[in-house]
Design a protein around this ligand. Structure first.
Ligand code: NAD
Length: 431
């Protein structure tokens, strides 16, 4: 089949490359000319394991990129909207980018004389596909949904860093369509993947995505709450969760306590669901607490540091890890952001290191020092905060010798102080 993908970010570029791998002809549409050029040169616009290889394999063959909506829509059967849905000031989702894409798509559909399917893959709150995207495409195309074009909500569940693998090995594919015809077109695109398709309506598909992410975020905040209590009682919270996680109704994953969750999805999605609940006059107490615990958690690391070394003014503090998690260069909502802001407020000297995310963090905090290795960041430091679970931090050992004062606060349960050959003053956030 022929498919166009609107937006070539994390979701769009991975979906495009993977649809090509599934044998489809793909056209990427992005307003960012640089991304268009990169994709046409077979270069991934973002870092994702396996993405470069797929783009190199299909670029200029069955995968091309353009900024021309008319060309892309005319030459495809379905268009996936994969543009960003950032948080607005009040936590609700900002739909301006989705609206701009819907308008452009509608104008292109106006010029097409055969059926086209509009697919929303961006994460949008329930009712958005039917009450915002569908009417906009009708308005700008002058055509009728369900007759001239189909509408589907098809949420994405990929994990950044493992996105290509997740796309090719999904545990669920949700197709929320307004009718059987459009549902069939989208389901066919996924033919070849070993996964049953859940067929539903658009608003249920939208809700499935939010509930999925909110429940995972809830597990993390729950683990952090329990971890904070365990620490006070001298109980190893990881031992507790290992045992609790053997219960098949609970499952061990996402019960690791630490500095909290970040990324482009969990914080934004939980806040958007809270905002949607409030819009219908429901006060979501549990979801509010999930965010509350998560906001408090990273700052606990700074509190522990202050307890150990006192006033942080002019003290060199090593921050190991800037990405919101390992294996990605994405810093969106990374827990290191509130920590760096707090350290700057306290006038500490920050020496940061991350194997991938330095460039993005520089745009946010140009004033801090960026190092090329953990050793460089640790040199002469009076404290170290471990913020991201990069594998290379697990093996740190002699590098701590370089510190002026070997205080190590671990936000990710990465360091086993018993295995460190030098003596360090180690404390975990919840252990
Ligand atoms: P992103 O910001 O990385 O990428 C969005 C892309 O859209 C950019 O390349 C941008 O240039 C392009 N764009 C903006 N306006 C456009 C327009 N009018 N026409 C064409 N292109 C346009 O976003 P992302 O992380 O890929 O997220 C996209 C959506 O998918 C969001 O709703 C997000 O919540 C959801 N999602 C993200 C992930 C993830 O892991 N990142 C996972 C699941 C779902």
């Amino acid at each position: 089949m022929k498919v166009s993908i609107i937006g070539s970010g994390y979701v769009g570029s991975v979906s495009a490359a993977c649809f090509a791998e599934l044998g489809h002809e793909v056209i990427c549409i992005d307003i960012d000319e640089e991304k268009v050029k990169q994709i046409n040169a077979g270069i991934a616009p973002i870092w994702e394991e396996g993405l470069d290889e797929l783009l190199a394999k299909y670029s200029q063959k069955t995968l091309i990129a353009t900024s021309d909506y008319d060309y892309a829509v005319e030459n495809s059967d379905a268009s996936f909207i994969c543009v960003g849905t950032p948080s607005g000031e009040d936590g609700s989702i900002d739909l301006s980018i989705v609206k701009a894409a819907s308008a452009s798509l509608g104008k292109a559909i106006a010029k097409k004389d055969h059926y086209h399917v509009v697919v929303v893959k961006s994460t949008v709150v329930p009712e958005t596909t039917e009450k915002v995207v569908l009417p906009m495409v009708e308005e700008y195309s002058g055509k009728k949904a369900g007759k001239d074009f189909g509408v589907v909500m098809n949420p994405e569940f990929l994990r950044e860093g493992k996105a290509v693998y997740d796309f090719m090995h999904p545990d669920k594919i949700v197709v929320g369509a307004i009718d059987e015809r459009s549902s069939f077109v989208v389901s066919e695109l996924y033919r070849g993947l070993d996964c049953e398709v859940t067929h539903t309506n658009p608003r249920t598909a939208e809700m499935i995505k939010y509930v999925n992410n909110s429940l995972l975020a809830t597990k993390i905040s729950f683990a952090n709450e329990v971890g904070n209590i365990c620490k006070q009682l001298g109980i190893d919270t990881y031992e507790v969760m290992d045992a609790v996680g053997t219960d098949f109704r609970i499952e061990r994953q996402f019960l690791n306590c630490g500095a909290g969750f970040g990324g482009s999805c969990f914080p934004k999605d939980v806040k958007a669901l809270i905002s949607k609940a409030k819009e219908i006059d429901y006060e979501p107490q549990l979801l509010n607490s999930v965010v509350g615990v998560n906001d408090r958690q990273p700052l606990k690391m700074v509190e522990i540091l202050q307890k150990k070394i006192g006033d942080l003014k002019n003290k060199r503090i090593a921050i190991l890890g800037l990405a919101f998690k390992n294996d990605t260069d994405d810093i969106r909502e990374s827990r290191s952001i509130p920590v760096i802001s707090e350290l700057l407020r306290l006038e500490a000297d920050i020496a940061a290191y991350d194997p991938m995310a330095e460039q993005s963090m520089k745009e946010l905090f140009p004033e801090i020092a960026y190092c090329k290795s953990s050793s460089e960041a640790l040199e002469e430091a009076e404290g170290c905060l471990i913020m991201t679970e990069w594998d290379e931090f697990r093996n740190l050992n002699k590098e701590f010798d370089l510190m002026e004062n070997r205080v190590v606060i671990d936000g990710r349960h990465l360091i086993n102080p018993k295995k460190i050959s030098t003596e360090i003053d180690y404390e975990g956030i919840c252990w």
